[in-house]
Design a binder for this molecule. Structure first.
Ligand code: PEP
Ligand code: MN
Length: 350
């Protein structure tokens, strides 16, 4: 439930509403807006009797949020959420943000070399897993903290922001120390204790859609992050299990306009995991931008044949450069543009 205050409501009237909500046994979250303050009531599982609140001074109207995901919904917050990173990249403000890099951090030469080339092509966020959730326990599991240190070096050298995955609570604490964005992967989308912890980690979170999750499931998982006080959440469509064997997953691009209408949170697309096949990544990346995605996550590897994970879906760097040129044109066609490229970090300034 949302209590919308009159534009001339006094601080004392706002405090009285907050106190009444707390007395009723719920939690109150004041949301200051440009025109007026609203006060969100959370902690209810069902409709709240608003009679007592309606009668208080300064109250303009009561809005009952009809969705089970409250703080994530457009009813709760009409204005789009913009996630702002330290390097100036804004996600959700209209420009298309590009996160690119290898599936896994594998070596210093691989990640630092990739970062320079990707930044030159216009990506402002570097991806790379240091903790890998692998289907087989015998597959490469990631470099761990050494990988995070290499990502931090790549950031120093290029100015790119870092997005990297946390797979459990131990890795979350480490990842949150190094990353600009903490990624929660598809396999952990409904790991609710991990979500709560990520909500308290103090860093923006990239939440990927689970492979068998509905859009409602995704939004309810995001609600866990907002319920812990973290509003800097970016959603990611990365494909769901389909019945067709021609692709690894079924990239559900309808999720983009659907999420946009239901939620104020930004949503990006990951056509690399969404298709699993290099030749299908570029067409689906173009389509995602055309569908209104706030950004893309693209796997790129300097030598995909030798990649330790997801080589078959990783673009060659030259293909990524081509893709960046193409999506700039598509973004323009719908009145948008790519997030402006980073200016090179001066040699020796790191
Ligand atoms: C990844 O980004 O490398 C990854 C493992 O993604 P997902 O969780 O979408 O499978
Ligand atoms: Mn991958």
């Amino acid at each position: 439930m949302l209590v919308v205050m009159r534009h001339d409501a006094t601080a004392r009237e706002i405090d009285a509403v907050v106190a009444t909500i707390r007395e009723m046994g719920y939690d109150a979250r004041p949301i200051p807006g440009k025109q007026r303050t609203a006060i969100g009531l959370i902690g209810n599982d069902g409709k709240v009797n608003a009679d007592r609140i309606e009668a208080l001074g300064g109250v303009l109207e009561i809005i009952h949020v009809s969705q089970p995901y409250k703080q994530v919904s457009r009813e709760w917050k009409e204005e789009a959420t913009v996630v702002v990173l330290d390097n100036g990249t804004r996600i959700g403000a209209g420009d298309v943000a590009v996160m690119a890099g290898p599936c896994s951090v594998e070596s210093e030469a691989q990640i630092i070399g990739s970062a320079h080339r990707l930044r030159e092509a216009g990506a402002t966020i570097l991806r790379g897993g240091a903790f890998k959730p692998r289907t087989s326990p015998y597959s490469f599991q990631g470099m761990g903290e050494d990988g995070l240190k290499l990502l931090a070096r790549a950031r120093e050298e290029t100015g790119m922001a870092i997005v990297t995955e946390a797979i459990d609570s131990e890795s979350l604490d480490l990842v949150a120390q190094y990353a600009d964005i903490v990624q929660i992967g598809a396999r952990n989308m409904q790991n609710f204790s991990l979500l709560r912890r990520a909500g308290r980690a103090g860093k923006p979170v990239l939440l990927k859609r689970g492979m068998a999750a509905t859009i409602k499931d995704l939004l309810l998982s995001a609600e866990y992050l907002l319920a812990e006080g973290n509003g800097n959440v970016i959603l990611c469509e990365r494909g769901v299990r389909g019945f067709d064997t021609h692709t690894r997953n079924l990239l559900d691009l309808t999720a983009i306009p659907v999420v946009k209408s239901l939620s104020h949170l930004p949503i990006i697309a990951d056509p690399s995991h969404g298709t699993g096949i290099r030749a299908k990544v570029i067409p689906m990346a173009r389509a995602a931008v055309a569908a209104g995605a706030d950004g893309l996550m693209i796997e790129v590897h300097p030598d995909p044949e030798r990649a330790l994970s997801d080589g078959a879906q990783s673009l060659y760097p030259g293909q990524f450069e081509e893709l960046m040129e193409q999506i700039a044109v598509i973004a323009n066609a719908i009145g948008r543009q790519l997030v402006p490229p980073l200016v090179p970090v001066a040699a020796g300034s790191a």
